[in-house]
Design a protein around this ligand. Structure first.
Ligand SMILES: O=C(O)[C@H](O)COP(=O)(O)O
Length: 331
């Protein structure tokens, strides 16, 4: 189906289409990344780093005015990568296709973000990436309010020379107690084209569940005038490789707050999912997922359960040590 096909044209094609919805049965939708049979298996993810990071190493992100630090990878270092889909938005609540429409969180979404923050409150975060949409930014900020390290997340404004200059911080100590938050449109939700603002159920009633599922979950079939997951991946994964992997290589701990489909495309890349496997990848709102980046590989560690549970902090010695350090600081 051509991306430019209009909904009007599609309605005449699809009104008679009542195919079965077999894929729905295979969908594994839980409070974590779940891909069919791999739901519970953390596994080693041979990745991209070797092939991509060499050509795309950039400076680690700093707050305005910070002294430049080295990008040389620390040999023994491992980094945490937290992925979090934004909490429930007002249009999630109304079951509307949202895409790139900039809608805020509901009170439940705010709660989800706070809860997510509690789940990651002992995991180090040096730099945060969010989309340019408010629901992802709200989620990142609310989650960080729960962090035990109590650093202040600060949005970096580099959109103009003046914005950069006017947001300078003139205290090294204050900068040390801050976390840069980088906003990038490349991490935005997939652009849902002519579906944006339509009710999901009504759209399924009108065009058929099968067609709507294809638009929502297939890899390479775009919704009318919108982006397919493949198109979304072209910008989101490219951004991840060019800007975020170099941070991890440099030993920085990263959190990404983004969207169902921009994160699906990144997870597809990290977990080396096929275009068939990604169909059944569903992400819940407000659920953090942890990866460890070590020796050029991403190791999926699932979703941190809660600050009081030992499990996630025992994943690596470094995480356990970080938690102990926080315990020491806070006592
Ligand atoms: O943009 C939207 O409507 C949602 O955030 C994601 O929608 P989806 O579940 O249809 O991909």
């Amino acid at each position: 189906m051509a991306a430019s096909t209009s909904l009007h044209a599609l309605s005449s094609i699809k009104l008679w289409s009542t195919g079965s919805f077999g894929l729905e049965k295979r969908t594994c939708h839980v409070n974590c990344v779940s891909v069919g049979r791999r739901c519970t298996n953390a596994r080693n993810l041979g990745i991209v780093c070797a092939s991509n990071s060499q050509s795309s190493v950039v400076e680690p992100v700093q707050l305005p005015g910070s002294p430049k630090s080295s990008t040389t990878p620390k040999k023994s270092s491992e980094s945490a990568l937290i992925l979090i889909r934004h909490g429930e938005s007002l249009w999630n609540e109304k079951n509307l296709f949202t895409g790139c429409v900039d809608v805020p969180l509901t009170p439940k979404g705010v709660e989800e973000a706070i809860e997510a923050g509690k789940r990651i409150c002992n995991i180090p975060v040096d730099v945060i990436y969010t989309s340019s949409l408010i629901r992802a930014q709200m989620t990142a900020m609310l989650a960080m309010m729960q962090h035990r390290r109590k650093k202040v997340p600060i949005i970096v404004h580099n959109e103009s020379e003046r914005a950069h200059k006017w947001s300078q911080i003139y205290s090294e100590e204050t900068k040390k107690q801050s976390i840069p938050v980088i906003t990038a449109w490349q991490l935005n939700e997939r652009m849902y084209g002519e579906l944006q603002g339509l009710n999901k159920q009504e759209t399924a009633d009108r065009f058929g569940k099968e067609q709507v599922h294809e638009w929502r979950r297939s890899y390479d079939i775009p919704p009318p005038d919108g982006e397919s997951l493949e198109m979304c991946a072209e910008r989101a994964v490219a951004y991840f490789k060019d800007h975020i992997i170099p941070q991890l290589v440099a030993g920085k701990h990263v959190m990404i707050a983004a969207h169902g489909n921009s994160l699906r495309s990144i997870i597809m890349h990290l977990d080396k999912l096929t275009s068939q496997e990604v169909i059944s990848l569903e992400l819940s709102t407000g659920i953090p997922m942890l990866y460890i980046f070590k020796e050029g590989k991403f190791i999926r560690r699932g979703s941190p359960a809660g600050p009081s549970e030992a499990g996630v902090y025992a994943y690596t010695k470094n995480l356990a040590q970080y938690r102990q350090k926080l315990d020491g600081m806070i006592q």
